[in-house]
Design a protein around this ligand. Sequence first.
Ligand SMILES: C[S@@+](CC[C@H](N)C(=O)[O-])C[C@H]1O[C@@H](n2cnc3c(N)ncnc32)[C@H](O)[C@@H]1O
Length: 427
Amino acid sequence: MASPESRIIELASRIAANTKKLNDYLVANNLPTPSFDVKGPKANLVPKQEIEVQAARAAIIDDTQELRRLVLGPREYLMSYTHNELISQQAITRFGIAHSFPVGSEASFAEIATKTGLPETNVRQVIRHAINKDIFVEPRPGVVAHNAVSRLLAEDKVIHDWVGASTDDLWQSASQTCNALTKYPGSQEPNETGFALANNTKATVYEVFSQFPERARRFGNAMRSFTEGTGFELSHVVDNFPWGDLPQDGVVVDIGGSQGFVCFALAAQFPSLSFIVQDLEPVIRAAEKQPQAIELGTDRIKFMTHDFLTEQLVHGADVYFFRWILHNWSDKYCVRILRNLIPALKQGAKIVINDNVLPKPGVMSKWQEDRLRSMDLTMTELQNSHERELEDWAELFKLADPRFEFQGGELPKSANLWVLVAEWKGE
Ligand SMILES: C[S@@+](CC[C@H](N)C(=O)[O-])C[C@H]1O[C@@H](n2cnc3c(N)ncnc32)[C@H](O)[C@@H]1O
């Protein structure tokens, strides 16, 4: 067994080897090596399908993190987390600091203060806090310029929306979550959350955002930046369920299907199937006007207002499909949503779920696992829901009705969401 002293050498050697692997790949492919220079790359440039290089990259992230913590030691490690981690990012987005001077030019603290309306003292403290986290640079005392990170905030609206929503909405909800757990112990209600306390309301996320269109737009954009990233491609759904084996003229109901983009992708590939996309009224009203919907025609795709907390009205479909729906809801509501299907189900009907599955600890890199553990907490912070392990999904179906046979599922290669299947065995 390695002694604690040799662990740091082991980590350092592994970091050196994996960094060389990453660098060699980038150089061999004429790609820029990582740099926060203002002209540096905006994102990691290693394609997801480069499994080995991606593994080296994940190992560097995990190992540098562990090395840093070990070198800090338990006391300074705990004390290195401060409640101020996100304050400069929040200030940058809240006060438009990244947009207060053009990329490629420089500005003094005083000029940024004039532009943003923030007092110069606050501008200086926020920017210097940010600079220590590699956002902006200060080429000469009191003079600020963009680097690659602040440039991204200035030029990429979606990233700016992500940081804004993350600091103004999610961070506030997170900070109130233990208060919500104290006030509403064991609650499964979506309006008894950190989000509700942070917003001083008894309303749900959806209800609050419906009153603030700009905040809703920003949150929607932020979420989209997440779900449109690599690993969320619709091809994973199209390719990883035997849609082609459904009966001729088979019917698929996409529950909470939003704009119907999953059904558009399936319709293109499986011409004998037809689709019904269900969502709340305002979503459906906008969705049915899309050119793809009109082009496919109502024989192939119908849009239908339906609240999944009420009984399912489309009887006898072959598949009832939920993508990224059930992880938003606590077990109590998921059971209700599944039971609402029962009157409509024919024997053999499939419930297909495209959603997160929590890994067992330690099976993926800490960095990747951390993203899922964080998502799990976010679900609680916003909705009193949580992410589920495979066994939790099985349990959920059992709890809803023993006539659901949970058949498990798989995580398609390079995908982030699993494809899970249950079959209705009732009459
Ligand atoms: C996280 S989004 C998932 C959308 C889509 N399935 C996807 O894969 O991106 C949740 C969707 O559920 C819809 N929704 C929320 N509450 C609903 C309800 N009670 N009945 C029907 N749809 C609902 C929302 O409007 C939204 O489109």
